[in-house]
Write a protein that binds this ligand. Sequence first.
Ligand code: MG
Ligand code: ZN
Length: 221
Amino acid sequence: MTRKKPIIFCDFDGTITNSDNIIAIMKEFAPVEWDSIKNQVLSQEISIKDGVGRMFDLLPSHKKEEITDYIVEHAEIRDGFKEFVTFTKEEEIPLYIVSGGIDFFVEPLLQGLVSKEKIYCNGSDFSGERIAIQWPHPCDGECVNDCGCCKPSIIRKIAEADTYKIVIGDSITDLEAAKMADQVIARDFLVEKCNEHSIPFSTFDTFFDVINIIKKGKVSV
Ligand code: MG
Ligand code: ZN
């Protein structure tokens, strides 16, 4: 493949799952105000951290179980993910999940597939009246985006000089990570963004595609 040691940094929502779980939760459980907060995030009027915090503040803590059950029942894991996890184990390629999602749905959906210490996502506190999001992985001194869960900061922490960084993602929240990557595997909006920023990438639809791309070990586009 390469003399550098590969490490995979893989997004969760819209990458491992077929769609975005925060959006699914808000659609099902939040009052209408969530929609304007989401639009402010997309138009970059407010940061992702601010937006996600405010959206969950619309939800009562006592719905924890109901919300978790709903996501575990409705979220679809993309085809080939299980096989992909097996592939990374066989090839001894460390697989980290870097996600702007929240622990109470990310961890149950990855249970039995990825161990907790390889999952970087936001936390949650249900002790108050409303759901409070916690941010254990904030931006380091080199990032000013107020990411919430800062993917570039996590990559800087984990990667070493001889790491071959493989970034897999689907959206704007993966762009800064993609800029740092040695290899980008993208779908959906991230494809557009990579084109815009002249970042080379391969596209994928299922994780069987991802396995083939990594086996080839180079960017095919
Ligand atoms: Mg995503
Ligand atoms: Zn950041």
